[in-house]
Design a binder for this molecule. Structure first.
Ligand code: SF4
Ligand code: SF4
Length: 481
């Protein structure tokens, strides 16, 4: 780790382990100009990205049983996954889902490295398939971009930069709004857009913040989001082993590298003791994180496959088989071993299987409604004109279904009566809503124990018991038997 005092001592650029590719010898940001890539994997990734972009942008408008596909409403503590609403009361399901997610990520990473980062991560998809393409369109390939950056400010440079950043900001605004609609829902977002601004100051603030955040990420921060901020890249080194499939350079086939010219232009290379890497640096030139895959698996590699395409194109041109840089495990390269289902992976799969089963059971046994009974704040007990004692409670009911539920309360023990305040016999719970009612429990003095008496209340929908509530009834100590 370099301290500020070390800054005057340049780090040799070839010593890639001591500094990241996006800093220069004295620790300043080095802007990456990756060359345009084309090839088999890039085509596949482009098609796949289009699919993901359609899902991402259409997601907030897709509904299942009237609920969005995905909504993480932190403000109202309401979470919707695949049209199913989950409330804070479903915390256990949420906790197990998180465990399933992380175990899945661990297994996936141990088996396939950062496949997710290269193919499906929204940061990579947006950066490489949207913003980068716009940049190529406006400023040209890496070489033209370098020339433009070095050129003095002129009308042409101001126009190109201004146009690029204007498009970037418009897109960042769009992405920010999509993110906001995954949090508050598209209807609430639409209200922010069409209502007078004074009615949605908080919403407008977030809209602006999200737009600026994405603009900052895609216009300036870029690959540093993957190398500095995202924790996934950091812990992959703890998950990968020699059997994990990663984007790898076949050093056995490629080394020792030598330029493709003169007497080293043909099969004579092998006779002369050279490998197939022709040191053209195309794999490094296309890398969006600025690394050289020939240095081995590195934390900065997002498995975007650009170097695989670049090298395959070179190999095709010089008449050698593709795959010098390819998806492979270390054991595959070193010993030619096929992909193995290792004991470590088997162990992870067993844990994942158990967690998925548990999650399935929790979702299957999830009740239609959930009730919470709390003593009304600040209330003790009251004696009624007929001599009975009463306690006031607050009942919170959540209807987790997408239909109305009529709910009744029955006092099961001890003998007494239960009344829903407001003159109703039952509570009609609107679909997917939370209601709050005051409930009065009256007990005969003979049923009371000293101080507090346990009370059991049944929550029913028709004849189906939804839940049993247990609480304490506070009475006078003098009534103890
Ligand atoms: S090394 Fe290759 S796969 Fe890794 S980020 Fe660079 S170009 Fe993408
Ligand atoms: S693109 Fe292939 S041949 Fe060229 S330097 Fe990279 S690994 Fe070697």
């Amino acid at each position: 780790m370099r301290t500020p005092a070390d800054r005057q001592t340049p780090v040799p650029p070839e010593d890639f382990r001591d500094h990241i590719a996006t800093t220069d010898e004295v620790g300043r940001r080095k802007w990456i100009y990756p060359r345009k890539v084309h090839g088999h994997y890039f085509r596949l990734r482009t098609w796949f990205s289009w699919l993901l972009l359609v899902i991402m942008f259409a997601g907030p408008f897709i509904t299942i049983h009237g609920n969005p596909l995905l909504m993480m409403n932190i403000v109202e503590r309401k979470f919707v996954v695949l049209g199913q609403i989950f409330w804070p009361q479903d915390m256990i399901i949420f906790a197990v889902s998180i465990l399933v997610f992380f175990t899945g990520v661990i297994i996936f990473t141990a088996a396939f490295g950062r496949l997710w980062c290269g193919w499906a991560c929204p940061q990579t998809v947006m950066m490489e398939m949207v913003f980068r393409k716009i940049e190529y369109f406006v400023e040209g390939d890496a070489h033209e971009q370098r020339l433009l950056a070095a050129a003095p400010w002129s009308g042409k440079k101001i126009f190109k930069r201004g146009f690029k950043y204007a498009v970037f900001f418009a897109l960042s605004f769009l992405v920010g709004n999509v993110l906001l609609s995954y949090i508050i829902g598209w209807r609430a977002l639409w209200a922010i857009i069409v209502d007078p601004p004074a009615q949605h100051l908080v919403g407008l603030t977030f809209m602006t913040l999200f737009s600026l955040l994405f603009f900052g990420i895609f216009a300036r921060f870029r690959e540093q989001a993957c190398t500095f901020v995202c924790p996934y890249g950091r812990f992959q080194s703890a998950l990968l082993d020699e059997n994990s499939i990663v984007v790898a350079y076949d050093h056995k086939r490629g080394e020792p590298r030598a330029p493709f010219k003169g007497e080293l232009k043909s099969e004579a290379r092998a006779t002369a003791g050279y490998g197939e890497c022709i040191a053209c640096n195309q794999c490094a030139a296309v890398c969006p994180t600025g690394i050289d895959i020939r240095n081995g698996t590195q934390m900065e590699c997002v498995h975007c496959t650009a170097c695989m395409d670049a090298c395959d194109n070179v190999m095709t041109k010089i008449g050698r088989p593709a795959g010098l840089v390819r998806y492979a495990s270390l054991n595959n390269i070193e010993r030619g071993e096929p992909i193995r289902f290792t004991p470590r992976l088997k162990g992870y799969c067993v844990v994942l299987g158990v967690l998925i089963t548990l999650l399935g059971l929790l979702i299957f046994n999830r009740s239609d409604a959930e009730a919470t009974l709390l003593r009304a704040p600040g209330s003790l007990f009251q004696q009624m004109p007929d001599g009975h004692y009463s306690n006031l409670y607050t009942l919170r009911l959540v209807n987790k279904t997408s239909r109305e539920l009529p709910v009744e309360l029955r006092l099961e023990s001890p003998a007494g009566s239960i009344t829903i305040m407001g003159g109703q016999d039952s509570i009609t719970l609107p679909a997917q809503k939370l209601t709050e009612n005051s409930v009065l429990v009256e007990l005969d003095p003979a049923a009371l124990k000293s101080g507090t008496t346990p009370v059991v209340i049944g929550v029913y929908c028709g004849d189906v018991k939804l839940q049993t509530l247990k609480t304490a009834f506070v009475g006078p100590r003098t009534q103890a038997h």
